[in-house]
Write a protein that binds this ligand. Structure first.
Ligand SMILES: [Zn+2]
Length: 111
């Protein structure tokens, strides 16, 4: 096996891994992409109006209640992506990351 083959094989394994990991995380998200966009819009606007985050997901919860989404399950899904409070939800939970099948791995180059 040449080095090139080996590299391709490793990349394939890594892609498979990323895809599986993402599918597992996406499965925990109880809302779809449109709902997530709506949630982010709501939280973003509410944070601006409130003048910042109080380290709770209060506007996230507000949105969930308005949309009949189970708050506990939503928290669980958002936490997988680093969304513990309202400002983290806006900053960390990107629809592209959650719902696009395989992204370009953002990682250090191989040493
Ligand atoms: Zn916050």
């Amino acid at each position: 096996m040449t080095t090139e083959d080996e590299k391709a094989r490793r990349k394939q394994l890594k892609d498979d891994y990323l895809r599986a990991e993402q599918a597992a995380n996406a499965a925990l998200m109880p809302i779809d992409r449109d709902q997530l966009e709506s949630l982010l819009d709501h939280v973003d606007a509410a944070l601006e109006e409130a003048g910042g985050c109080d380290d709770s997901p209060r506007f996230t919860d507000e949105w969930a209640e308005q949309h009949g989404v189970d708050v506990d399950r939503l928290h669980e899904g958002l936490l997988e992506w680093g969304g513990g409070c309202d400002c983290e939800v806006v900053a960390n939970v990107e629809p592209e990351l959650v719902f696009d099948p395989v992204r370009q791995p953002r990682e250090r180059p191989d040493r």
